[in-house]
Design a protein around this ligand. Structure first.
Ligand SMILES: [Fe+2]
Length: 389
């Protein structure tokens, strides 16, 4: 996705003999999207990446059932009340989902086993804690506020340093920066709210020795555990445009207007059937008579899933929303600030307040989101009526 990168040792030409110190050949592996017609990377393994010795079906450990949002209503989920069993992969609690994307929450302090999601890209947002992401491409040290984008099929694992909380966005396709941020050749344009320098990717090979190494593989059919003859983290070098990377929400450069700007200015990534937006601390809208919080709106084609990750939410005062909350404002419902919030922010500006500290990660989906058991188990049942108080 992002731009050309080379890590470790690669031969001068692709698909030529590249030999180990003992004279044997390194084994090529091309990881490519859209059937050789889109971005790819070429990896060089010490051992055959095809050598598996066992395959076994695995029961899905967590509840994957989804229910329609009926009766239709805005929802408030309190992730602060969730504790998951398992690791950052097997311990994911399904909050919401549809045919395009699944949104889950996980908290864990234990390393995950090796994992490959072959259904689509993942974007994992670290709400709290530090975690080392390890993969065939190398490692990325990640922490609070990082989005880690993991391309489809990347074998990886999560190694927390203490307790870590994440929101996992699992796509049924590829997650990329919005096209309008990029030149026709893929470079970030000057108006984009972030650029190549803000992306962190593996810098060196991660060479791990091991035999009979299990990898949990997720496909449309379910979960399988494949046992590899040799450890898949045996790549001495790779190059290309396809690799995992991290982007920290603090590196997002908010775009501010004189009057209130709608969420597309906060867009960070896009995937098939959804977008991801980052709401970051920024100056308030500066027209002398501006109302610097959202107007009531009805996104007739979207469900809006908002994870409040930091700061103060003056527009939501009286709603029960706080850090750790998730609101779901579905199509079919008009939403906006709670009663009194507009007057309160106008008063605050009159007193000299010029900035907002709000921080949130939003996923807008273009098809309705169904509700998972994780969300229903931490729902605040009074939320829907808070505009009518
Ligand atoms: Fe909204």
């Amino acid at each position: 996705m992002p731009y050309y990168r080379v890590v470790g040792e690669v031969p001068r030409k692709r698909h030529v003999q590249f030999r180990r110190p003992d004279g044997g050949l390194y084994a090529e592996e091309l990881m490519g999207e859209e059937g050789f017609s889109s971005d790819s990377s070429l990896l060089y393994h010490r051992h055959l990446p095809t050598a598996i010795v066992k395959a076994e079906a695995v029961e899905t450990g967590t509840e994957t059932r989804l229910e329609p949002n009926l009766p239709l209503s805005p929802r408030h989920f309190r992730t602060q009340e969730l504790s998951s069993a398992g690791d950052l992969v097997t311990g994911r609690l399904l909050l919401a989902g549809n045919g395009d994307v699944r949104l889950s929450y996980a908290t864990s302090d234990r390393p995950s086993e090796l994992y490959r999601n072959s259904m689509g890209d993942e974007c994992v947002y670290v709400q709290r804690g530090r975690v080392r992401f390890e993969s065939t491409y190398g490692a990325i040290e990640a922490g609070e506020g990082d989005y880690i984008v993991v391309p489809t099929g990347t074998i990886h694992r999560w190694v927390p340093e203490g307790p870590v909380n994440v929101l996992a966005i699992e796509a049924a396709g590829h997650i990329r920066p919005p096209k309008r941020y990029l030149s026709q050749y893929g470079q970030f344009l000057e108006h984009a709210p972030y650029c190549e320098r803000d992306l962190r990717a593996p810098a060196e090979p991660l060479l791990v020795e091991g035999e009979e190494v299990p990898v949990l593989v997720r496909t449309r059919g379910g979960l399988t555990r494949l046992v590899y003859r040799h450890h898949p983290f045996d790549v001495v070098g790779w190059d290309g445009y396809l690799y995992p990377f991290a982007f920290n929400i603090d590196d997002f450069e908010p775009i501010v207007k004189k009057t209130h700007a709608p969420p597309p200015v906060h867009q960070t990534f896009e995937g098939p059937g959804f977008v991801v937006c980052s709401f970051c601390p920024r100056p308030l809208d500066y027209h002398p008579e501006a109302i610097p919080i959202p107007y009531n709106h009805h996104n007739v084609d979207s469900d809006e899933f908002m994870f409040y990750v930091g700061g103060d939410y003056s527009a939501r005062a009286g709603s029960g929303i706080e850090v750790g909350s998730i609101s779901l404002h579905p199509a079919g419902f008009t939403h906006g600030p709670q009663p009194g919030a507009v007057e309160a922010v106008i008063d605050a500006v009159a007193r000299g307040v010029t900035t907002t500290s709000e921080m949130a990660v939003m996923v807008d989906t273009f098809r309705p989101l169904d509700l998972g058991q994780g969300a229903l188990s931490c729902e605040d049942p009074g939320y829907a009526w808070t505009w009518a108080r």
